[in-house]
Design a protein around this ligand. Structure first.
Ligand code: V47
Ligand code: SF4
Length: 373
């Protein structure tokens, strides 16, 4: 990247300074919050792509990861009413669904013999269940599919059920781990700023509670992911504040495997009037995430949310993971207006997408170990 000529791009002096610092590998330059804001506001998106891919190559070389996974969404009945959510329903409402433990076990059993390596369980925060119910769900999925990793429950679900059990986060997570939970997905982080959080998801656990849940999980050696929900009423400052809190926690624990910037999709929810941000804005978010979160190894372009074309493009903006085959098992994004109403990708299609972007596809397991069939 040393032959890049930043001046041909008409850069502001600040952007030129930051780009030069990032492009000098000997400096291992860490972006400040002010730098990140300058990049968001002033840097041409093409430059951000160049910088982010250079950083991505230092971490994962030419590799771009995917996995063979399914989701199980046991219910969309939820005690909370996040304003951006197109998916939750109250009990008894049309389109509400609920799979009891036997039904969840059947969903897992149907997959016996398939080469999936991960089951991602996430859903609404149902009012009626206790911690033991969530443990039993994991045990049943593991009984049906002993070889898969169970990545289960957002910090929001975890915090709710463990608080209800009246025990510490660490004790609650230990019980779930004993039942077979091996990893925790990144959902529920939304935006940490208390004012914005209070406007879009006022009832949800606070930023501090979300972070404490992941910190406790890291102490127990559980792999976890983290997310941001961007592109609604937040400012660039709020996004950087969110990234800073994640980077600070990661400096202490090194427990996050991947960061997933989730673009707000605006169909069928009470914030629909806001609209959605543009594709260049999505790429900017991807690239600044890669550059700022220098201690989180993987940046995921989640294709059911971004769409397949934008996911391919995101690989030129620092992403090194495209999530998995999914096989039409999640409704969160289709209900919010994403282009794939029945999200499903073959491994061939995933590999083709990665190669088209100029990278080498690597099938991984939940813990980013290569899978050899
Ligand atoms: O926390 C809900 C988001 C998240 C909308 O860890 C919305 O590998 C955009 O976290 N527009 C749950 N986003 C999904 C999630 C996730 C997905 C894939 C992989 C992983 C992982 C985690 O979905 C929620 C919320 O931020 N969400 N509604 C919406 N209208
Ligand atoms: Fe419930 Fe999650 Fe939807 Fe919020 S985003 S209403 S917690 S299902």
């Amino acid at each position: 990247m040393t032959d890049l000529e930043p001046n041909t791009l008409n850069l502001t002096p600040d952007v030129e300074r930051i780009a030069a610092a990032l492009l000098d590998p000997a400096r291992k330059y860490r972006l400040t919050d002010a730098d990140a804001l300058i990049l968001m506001r002033e840097a041409p998106v093409a430059l951000l792509g160049t910088l982010a891919v250079a950083r991505k190559r230092q971490v994962s070389g030419d590799n771009v990861y995917y996995n063979r996974n399914i989701h199980i969404e046991p219910t969309n009945i939820c005690v909370f009413k996040c304003k951006f959510c197109s998916y939750r329903r109250g009990a008894g409402e049309p389109d509400a669904w609920y799979h009891d433990l036997d039904a969840v076990e059947r969903l897992a059993t149907e997959r016996q013999g398939e080469p999936i390596t991960e089951v991602h369980i996430v859903g609404g925060v149902h009012p009626n269940h206790d911690l033991e119910y969530y443990c039993e769900m994991i045990r049943r999925v593991k009984r049906a599919l002993p070889h898969v990793a169970v990545k289960a429950y957002t910090a929001v679900e975890l915090h709710y059920i463990i608080e209800k059990a009246g025990i510490s986060l660490e004790e609650g997570l230990k019980k779930l781990k004993k039942a077979g939970m091996e990893a925790i997905p990144g959902g529920g982080a939304e935006i940490f700023d208390p004012v914005i959080r209070g406007q879009i998801c006022p009832e949800k656990p606070s930023a501090e509670e979300w972070l404490a849940t992941h910190e406790a999980a890291h102490r127990l050696g559980l792999a976890t992911n983290c997310t941001i929900l961007y592109g609604h009423i937040e400012s660039y400052e709020h996004r950087i504040d969110h990234l800073r809190r994640l980077r600070e926690l990661q400096d202490r624990t090194h427990g996050f495997d991947a960061f997933i910037p989730l673009k707000y999709r605006n169909m069928h929810n009470s914030m629909s009037a806001i609209g959605e941000v543009s594709l260049p804005e999505d790429m900017k978010m991807m690239a600044v995430s890669r550059l700022y979160l220098d201690n989180i190894p993987h940046i995921k372009a989640y294709w059911p949310m971004l769409g397949i074309g934008a996911t391919e493009l995101a690989l030129s903006f620092g992403a090194d993971d495209i999530d998995g085959t999914i096989d039409d098992t999640t409704k969160i994004y289709s209900m919010a207006g994403a282009e794939d109403q029945r999200p499903r990708l073959s491994t061939e299609r995933m590999e083709q997408l990665v190669r088209a972007a100029g990278f080498v596809p690597v099938e991984r397991d939940t813990f980013y170990r290569p899978v050899l069939h």
